[in-house]
Design a protein around this ligand. Structure first.
Ligand SMILES: C[S@@+](CC[C@H](N)C(=O)[O-])C[C@H]1O[C@@H](n2cnc3c(N)ncnc32)[C@H](O)[C@@H]1O
Length: 241
């Protein structure tokens, strides 16, 4: 098989994997099993127009420049559901340095660790019910790309992301179009806004994401914690309101 045919075959396989992953019903055991089998070849199919990772990282960079004066290299950033680490690699290329990641799948997390873009990566961590001891309210930015997707995590996962993000920090979350429609994601965002948990700051609608589908990208400001939680040296992020 020549190189072009090989790449086409890899991209087709990636598309099939993606489609199959959408049918896993959000079941942690099935997702873990599925991604264990996909981890070794996941990156080979990424050439297939997966620009969602760049958009998430570039949104993080724009938010840092616009709202947070702390230097990028000193900003703690969490990649939730990091998979093999494509978002971390993009973040590192944009000069973020304190990048942590976690994933449900040990095998995917191991791959992320191997990119060397991350400070820490943990596998076997479920976004639904994150261990509070480790991650609590400490991140300036929390990025979640490719996880608010059919068959994966429901919109309620946003609450966990808010919990691990510091007061006046930001959550950046992509949601695929079909998922957004199927889960009424926007209504969940509105509910969290009404509850004063997360406040929408920016919204990139119908952006390119992957070859098979577009996605939206939300920038949500974390407003839920008491102001006394705010760490010295962090900025107020209020000008988006
Ligand atoms: C489509 S991949 C995206 C990975 C990576 N963020 C990227 O941009 O390529 C989805 C990832 O979400 C992880 N995942 C699914 N459900 C999860 C959960 N409940 N908690 C943590 N990770 C989860 C999977 O293991 C998988 O690595």
């Amino acid at each position: 098989m020549n190189t072009l045919n090989q790449q086409t075959a890899l991209e087709q396989a990636a598309r099939k994997h993606t489609k199959d992953s959408h049918a896993l019903g959000g079941d942690a055991g099935r997702l873990d099993h599925f991604y264990r089998g996909w981890a070794s070849s996941y990156d080979l199919g990424l050439a297939d127009g997966y620009c969602g990772r760049m958009i998430a990282a570039e949104m993080a960079a724009a938010v840092q420049t616009a709202y947070l004066a702390r230097h990028r290299t000193a900003m703690a950033i969490l990649d939730a559901g990091c998979g093999t680490g494509p978002v971390g690699v993009e973040l590192e290329s944009l000069r973020f340095r304190l990048i942590d990641g976690f994933d449900l799948s040990e095998e995917m997390a191991e791959k992320a660790q191997q990119t060397r873009a991350y400070r820490n990566v943990r596998g076997d961590v479920d976004l639904i019910g994150l261990p509070s001891d480790y991650f609590r309210a400490s991140y300036d930015l929390t990025v979640c790309c490719g996880v608010f997707t059919l068959g994966h995590v429901g919109p309620d996962g946003l609450r966990e992301l808010a919990r691990v993000t510091r007061s006046n920090g930001f959550v950046i979350a992509s949601d695929r179009k079909r998922y957004a429609e199927a889960t009424s994601f926007e209504d969940h965002v509105r509910l969290l806004q009404d509850e004063g948990v997360l406040i929408p700051a920016q919204y990139l609608r119908n952006g390119r994401y992957a070859a098979d589908e577009d996605a939206h990208c939300w920038v949500l400001a974390d407003a839920q914690k008491d102001q006394s939680n705010k760490r010295t040296g962090c900025d107020q992020a209020t000008s988006y309101r």
